[in-house]
Design a protein around this ligand. Structure first.
Ligand SMILES: Cc1cc2nc3c(=O)[nH]c(=O)nc-3n(C[C@H](O)[C@H](O)[C@H](O)COP(=O)(O)OP(=O)(O)OC[C@H]3O[C@@H](n4cnc5c(N)ncnc54)[C@H](O)[C@@H]3O)c2cc1C
Length: 345
């Protein structure tokens, strides 16, 4: 049903004060299709939103925001695996808790990632050594023009680092309506990062990993309910082994992660920190004091403040390391998504 206020403030975790022409909360595919088709007839832009934890509103949105609230969780099992079929509008962290409470492990490393289940495949959410692609069975995708739903297997989703087919081929005119997860009954803990490395591999439980992940995230990342932010603002850049070697020569403490194809992933937060940008602010926007990869809405920031800050961060890192950061956050203009790199370049 149409929302009266049209404010997007509670629909983006930056808490930017943008408005949309209309907001439709869709609890089912039919409502999504109706809202999308009406917008098409009126030749107005449409934006699908989960919880707005990966969005930056640059200005007011001159169209309809469709908020995905399709709910429902079904659980099945075989001898070897658990299967979850989850409505796209379920909250991701609540799903992780739900699974854990049912004795279904495998999602614990992905605890406390904000947003909806249906948004998780889009950038292949990941944390602490696990990515959505590791647990994804299929994604149900609704064609908003003809109302047909197709099921894509995980392999068909073309998952990559913060990437999938949903950012490319299926970006417009499609909505994710459900996600299927498959979790092995032979649980293998992933304990490669931070406090997880200190847990005892022989006795560790999924609950202990969940608690440790929640503790690390709670102590490192600003809570969007208190300080507006969209998590990691930039992607970790991937460079050639040659460029990584030259950075390591000047900065032996630079974190480097070798990739299977020979390239090397750098830590964007480390690069920003090395430019002494923690706490740096422009207008109401600032680089978070503890976690340089996170840009925050410190005080009544506008989308323009965040863009100006992101531009400055990119320039400083580029000038020092010849590495050009790209936003992980999606930029939304008056008519729809904009090329984020182009906006901050
Ligand atoms: C504090 C914080 C910490 C974070 N930590 C992590 C982390 O550790 N790892 C990580 O990977 N991410 C992280 N993120 C980013 C964010 O949680 C994820 O990108 C999440 O999946 C976004 O979900 P959302 O529902 O809020 O999506 P939104 O921000 O609402 O939307 C994201 C994109 O998906 C599109 N979209 C939304 N719903 C649908 C749908 N049903 N069908 C088709 N398209 C749709 C939107 O149009 C938009 O382009 C963090 C964010 C915050 C604020």
């Amino acid at each position: 049903m149409p929302n009266q206020t049209h404010s997007l403030k509670s629909l983006n975790t930056f808490h930017l004060d943008a408005v949309a022409r209309s907001i439709v909360v869709a609890k089912g595919a039919d409502e999504m299709i109706a809202a999308w088709q009406l917008s098409q007839r009126q030749q107005e832009p449409v934006l699908l939103v989960g919880e707005g934890s990966n969005l930056l509103f640059l200005e007011d949105f001159q169209g309809t925001v469709i908020v995905n609230r399709i709910k429902g969780i079904e659980t099945n099992e075989s001898e070897s695996s658990w299967y979850l079929h989850v409505g796209a509008g379920e909250n991701w962290h609540e799903l992780v808790q739900y699974a854990l409470n049912k004795g279904i492990p495998g999602l614990e490393n992905l605890a406390m990632i904000p947003g909806c289940v249906g948004s998780a495949p889009i950038q292949n959410i990941g944390a602490y050594g696990v990515e959505l692609k590791d647990v994804c069975h299929y994604v149900d995708l609704l064609n908003l023009a003809d109302g047909e739903t197709i099921r894509l297997t995980a392999a068909q989703c073309q998952f990559g680092y913060r990437d999938s087919l949903f950012k490319h081929h299926y970006q417009k005119g499609y909505a994710i309506v459900a996600v299927g997860l498959v979790l092995s009954k032979r649980w293998v803990p992933v304990m490669t990062y931070g406090e997880l490395t200190k847990l005892a591999p022989e006795t560790v439980t999924p609950q202990q990993i969940f608690d440790a992940v929640c503790h690390m995230r709670g102590s490192k990342l600003p809570d969007p309910a208190k300080v507006g932010n969209a998590g990691s603002f930039f992607k970790n850049p991937i460079v050639s082994d040659k460029q990584a070697a030259s950075i390591a020569e000047s900065y032996p403490d630079a974190p480097l992660y070798a990739q299977p194809d020979g390239s090397v992933k750098l830590a964007a937060g480390w690069l920003i920190d090395r430019c002494d940008l923690k706490g740096y602010s422009i207008g109401g926007a600032a680089v978070h004091l503890q976690q340089a990869l996170v840009l925050i809405n410190k005080e009544n920031a506008t989308g323009r403040d965040i863009v100006a800050l992101a531009h400055e961060v990119r320039q400083r890192v580029g000038a020092k390391f010849n590495v050009w950061l790209e936003p992980e956050v999606r930029f939304i203009g008056a008519q729809g998504e904009k090329d984020a790199v182009g906006v901050i370049a």
